[in-house]
Design a protein around this ligand. Structure first.
Ligand SMILES: NC(=O)c1ccc[n+]([C@@H]2O[C@H](COP(=O)([O-])OP(=O)(O)OC[C@H]3O[C@@H](n4cnc5c(N)ncnc54)[C@H](O)[C@@H]3O)[C@@H](O)[C@H]2O)c1
Length: 243
């Protein structure tokens, strides 16, 4: 399905990103894991290779433009092209009322969740434009759709990713580059009550559903889909309970 394709997954060492890396490798893509945690990135790379895939791993902190640019250069020297970029790396655990947050906390969160996405898109777009082909998939959150109390800055950061993706989709369509978002709800990895507020009796399974949707959007099945934001949350953002 993705044979001959090269996919970059930021934050691909752990969590949802690890699932995405393994899923895309399982579909035949060569994987470049870019993560701030090189040890874990190597573990996921090994796991991918053990499963029969092809993968490289590099230490890239997406808050650092030079590291991002160097990371993409390395992918080009290893694999010669980038067909798929999954902007997954993001910072999540900041739970406090807005009035209690320090300015440096907002700035840090935007630097990873928003500017990190900008940096990776800026690095990959010339490569994709040159080949007149590409798929960019950004991992946002339902926080960016509905807002979540005590996560005001996180919500704002993910809202920014969603609107950025739509605007970028409008600019890149002429180059045959699609840009889409996936907005998961809370996953099991973040607590026992992950199914709270959903309409289903189970929670998201540690990113598996997200990884499956990334694989779909990255494949030719997703060729006519751009500017979309897919919510995977068991219906949590639908509103009032007790239907
Ligand atoms: N887990 C959830 O419930 C949930 C829900 C909705 C959205 N999301 C989003 O999904 C994405 C992945 O979340 P997760 O739960 O798998 O997170 P995680 O913390 O389990 O994994 C994040 C990965 O990103 C890497 N990373 C962190 N900062 C980085 C940086 N500056 N540069 C490069 N890599 C960096 C980490 O080392 C780690 O490997 C995030 O964007 C998050 O906001 C998660």
């Amino acid at each position: 399905m993705l044979k001959g394709k090269v996919a970059v997954v930021t934050g691909g060492a752990d969590g949802i990103g690890r699932k995405i890396a393994l899923e895309l490798a399982g579909a035949g893509a060569k994987i470049a894991i870019m993560d701030i945690n090189l040890d874990k990135a190597h573990q996921t790379r090994e796991e991918t290779i053990q499963a029969g895939g092809i993968a490289v791993a590099s230490k890239v902190d997406i808050t650092q433009s030079e590291e991002v640019d160097a990371g993409f250069k390395q992918v080009i020297s290893e694999f010669g092209q980038v067909d798929i970029l999954v902007n997954n790396a993001g910072f999540f655990r900041l739970s406090n009322e807005f009035k209690n947050l320090q300015e440096h906390e907002w700035l840090d969160m935007f630097n990873i969740n928003v500017h990190g996405v900008f940096r990776c898109c800026r690095a990959v777009l010339p490569l994709m434009e040159e080949r007149q082909s590409g798929k960019i998939i950004n991992i946002a959150s339902i926080a960016g759709v509905a807002g979540i109390a005590k996560m005001a800055i996180y919500s704002a950061s993910k809202g920014a990713v969603i609107s950025f993706s739509k605007a970028l989709a409008m600019e890149t369509g002429k180059h045959n580059i699609t840009v889409n978002c996936i907005s998961p709800g809370q996953l099991k990895s973040y607590g026992e009550d992950a199914d709270r507020g959903t309409y289903l009796k189970h929670s998201g399974d540690l990113g598996t559903e997200t990884a499956h949707l990334v694989r779909f959007l990255a494949s030719s099945d997703g060729d006519y889909i751009t500017g979309a934001n897919y919510i995977i949350d068991g219906g949590r953002v639908l509103g009032a309970r007790k239907a």
